[in-house]
Design a protein around this ligand. Structure first.
Ligand SMILES: [Zn+2]
Length: 134
């Protein structure tokens, strides 16, 4: 087993609540959401620091963030989708996409563990919005 938590999510060694993926990127629910629907978007290729990416890769990453933002916003009736990136806990690029109702929502101290039931229900709800738009 390799060390990186998110590489293990990608390989399936660690189960996750996937909401969307394509060949190069995966989006799944954060198990300690700041708000319900808190999602992590990761590239499938392991890279530590977001600004080591080239301009095209950064553009590709954020075009996926945009794609996911609308279903995430609708499913959670959020005012906006907020973005956070720091990457100290897991050294594999991940963009936090968080349904927010005010600017104060984007506070990592608000993160609380979600139950398996809550995560399963939330992933279903978000995937339904994606399916409705296909
Ligand atoms: Zn990794």
């Amino acid at each position: 087993m390799i060390e990186c938590v998110f590489c293990n999510v990608l390989s399936g060694n660690i189960p996750s609540h996937k909401i969307w993926e394509d060949d190069d990127y995966l989006a799944f629910l954060d198990i300690n959401p700041i708000n319900p629907g808190h999602t992590l978007l990761i590239p499938k290729a392991h890279e530590d620091y977001i600004f080591d990416l080239g301009t095209n890769e950064l553009g590709a990453l954020f075009s996926r963030a945009k794609l996911i933002s609308e279903p995430l916003k609708q499913a959670n009736k959020a005012k906006r989708i907020g973005i956070m990136v720091e990457g100290f806990a897991v050294p594999h690029i991940h963009v936090h996409l968080i349904p927010i109702h005010s600017g104060h929502d984007l506070d990592p101290k608000r993160a609380q563990p979600a139950t398996e039931h809550e995560l399963t229900a939330m992933a279903d709800k978000i995937r339904k919005v994606f399916d409705a738009h296909e």
